[in-house]
Every structure is written in structure tokens, then in C-alpha cells.
Design a protein around this ligand. Structure first.
Ligand SMILES: Nc1ncnc2c1ncn2[C@@H]1O[C@H](COP(=O)(O)OP(=O)(O)OP(=O)(O)O)[C@@H](O)[C@H]1O
Length: 292
């Protein structure tokens, strides 16, 4: 079954009342990947997560998790950590773990305790006494201990300082390595995602604008810099451009070599690529169904 994507979104749309929050979205996340879900405020990231975890059903198209709709018997395979990391503030960490175990017979109590001990989260403390980073670690630990195969995290790094962000990501990566999880996490901190994520879903204005393997996506793009008023020879699509009096910079998806002695070609970072697409909302690079 490993060929079945952990998450497959096929032409999916979601509306609140009469207003569509998502329309015609396509994306596919293979199993074992750590996928970054990025996009501006209000783009539709949380809505896409709600579809993935079965909190909402698609109003058009289809969403499948490990080949099945995210409901019924398939639902225990998915864990969701909402943006506000809902935990009971008056419970201690130890009581929180026991409560998790009471709610879910598959809950890995020993694993959860070990994980929090390794992360230095004191089990005797009440949730309200923990730092934001420690609370995030507890919430993620509960999700992992559910023995879910797909863990969906809505902005796990929000409100955390850089060190706490790093520790949360490290904790998450150790869980991925131990359990072979697939992770879908939304974030606004694109530069930090490049270290840990290998898959990208960029949502913008209610649709998936870019989706795919990060390495493949980044290596397919270049910054081309040359004299203004000229165009380099070669095979590429221009995603965005910026001009000064003397030079033009193109963000391009290259399809072959770009040969022009007056132009230099630079590799770009994930953040450069994401920003380039966000500035060019009409440029779409996401999987689409093969025409029947
Ligand atoms: N419960 C709701 N009822 C009505 N409209 C909603 C609801 N939830 C979200 N929306 C709308 O749907 C659109 C997408 O919102 P969503 O929360 O999915 O975006 P987001 O990308 O997660 O944003 P952010 O980065 O700010 O969290 C927005 O226009 C938002 O106002």
C-alpha cells in the first residue's frame, strides 16, 4: 500500500455558506513525507487541513487519506493539532497523557512519556505552567501517541521563539524518523521549513498554486539576471520579473539550458520561489488530472 498517497486532493473545494474558501484544488503527498502548507493569511490553509482530517467534507471534488475518505474506520489514521493547541490548562502533563490514553485504546502511553522526558518537558507541571514551546511539544506528542499515520499540524510554530521553533521541529522530526509518519504542517516561516520539509503545497486565494517535491520544484527554477530591455535565449517560463533602470531579474521555471552571455543564472531558495509565486498569483504549478 506504500504507493498510495498519504493525502490526495482531487479537484477539491470547500465553501462556508455561499462563499467558496477553496476551489478546484489538486495536491498529492506521498507517504513518509513532511509537507509544508504555506500561503498568505486567509488563503485557505486551515480549510484544506479541515478537509484532510475529516472535520469538513469537500463540497466539490474529493479528498482521500491513504486511499480512503477521511471518515469512519479511516479516521484513527489521522491526528490533528489545531492552531490554538487545545489542552486543559489545569491538568498536569502526566494527567494529560492519562486522559489521552483514556480516550483512545491505541494510545502509546510509554512512548508519550518517553518522548516528553527526552524533550525535557516536566510531567508534574500543569499545562498552564508550561512555555509555549513546551505546550506545542505536548500537543504534538499526543498526536504522535495516537499512532496516527498522518499528523496534521496547523501552525505548530506560531508564537514560538527561534530556539523553541527549532526544538519543536527537531521533536517532530524524531517522531517522523521513529514512526515513519507523514506530516502536513502549515506555517508562515518558509525559510525554516526548508530544513525539515521535503514537500510543498502553496495555497493562494483559495486554490493550490504550487504543489510537489521541494527539491524538484526548487531545482526547476532559476533567477535570471541581465541587462534591462533584453531577453535571454533558452527554454523557460517567466513566473515573475522585476526591473531596474539597468537590469532585469526574472524568476523562471527552466525547461532547458539558458544560453546568453549577458545573463547570469542563479539558483534560488525555497523562500525566493514561494515569494515569486505569491507575487504572481496567476502562475500555477500543481498536479492536475490527466484528461480522460
Ligand atoms: N468558519 C468559517 N466561516 C466562514 N468563513 C470562513 C470560516 N473559516 C474560514 N473562512 C474563510 O475562508 C477563507 C480561508 O480561510 P482559512 O482559515 O482556511 O485560511 P488560512 O490560510 O488558514 O488563513 P490564516 O493563515 O490566516 O490562518 C477566508 O476567507 C476565511 O475568512
Amino acid at each position: 500500500m506504500s504507493g498510495v498517497p498519504a493525502l490526495e486532493v482531487t479537484g477539491a473545494g470547500l465553501r462556508y455558506g455561499r462563499t467558496w474558501a477553496l476551489r478546484g484544488c489538486f495536491a498529492s503527498v506521498p507517504q513518509g513525507r513532511v509537507a509544508a502548507l504555506v500561503g498568505p493569511n486567509g488563503a485557505g490553509k486551515s480549510s484544506l487541513m479541515r478537509l484532510a482530517v475529516g472535520l469538513r467534507r469537500a463540497d466539490e471534488g474529493e479528498v482521500r487519506v491513504f486511499g480512503q475518505p477521511p471518515r469512519g474506520a479511516n479516521l484513527p489514521r489521522v491526528a490533528f493539532v489545531a492552531q490554538d493547541k487545545p489542552l486543559y490548562p489545569e491538568l498536569t502533563v502526566a494527567e494529560t497523557i492519562r486522559a489521552g490514553a483514556g480516550l483512545n485504546p491505541r494510545f502509546d502511553v510509554q512512548g508519550a512519556r518517553r518522548r516528553l522526558d527526552d524533550l525535557g518537558v516536566p510531567r508534574r507541571k500543569r499545562i498552564r505552567q508550561l512555555s509555549g514551546g513546551q505546550r506545542a511539544q505536548v500537543a504534538i506528542t499526543l498526536a504522535v501517541a495516537k499512532r496516527a499515520d498522518l499528523v496534521v499540524l496547523d501552525e505548530p510554530l506560531a508564537n514560538l521563539d527561534p530556539l523553541a521553533r527549532h526544538e519543536v521541529m527537531e521533536g517532530l522530526m524524531s517522531a517522523v524518523a521513529e514512526r515513519g509518519l507523514t506530516v502536513l504542517l502549515s506555517s508562515h516561516v518558509v525559510a525554516e521549513l526548508a530544513e525539515v520539509c521535503d514537500h510543498l503545497i502553496l495555497v493562494s486565494r483559495g486554490r493550490v498554486q504550487v504543489a510537489g517535491d521541494i527539491e524538484e520544484l526548487v531545482s526547476a527554477h532559476r533567477l535570471l539576471v541581465g541587462p534591462s530591455g533584453t531577453t535571454p535565449a533558452g527554454s523557460y517560463d517567466v513566473i515573475g520579473r522585476s526591473d531596474t533602470e539597468r537590469q532585469t531579474t526574472l524568476l523562471a521555471r527552466v525547461r532547458g539550458p539558458v544560453h546568453d552571455p549577458r545573463w547570469t543564472t542563479r539558483e534560488l531558495s525555497l523562500e525566493d520561489m514561494v515569494l515569486g509565486y505569491l507575487r504572481a498569483p496567476e502562475a500555477v504549478l500543481a498536479p492536475r488530472p490527466v484528461a480522460l
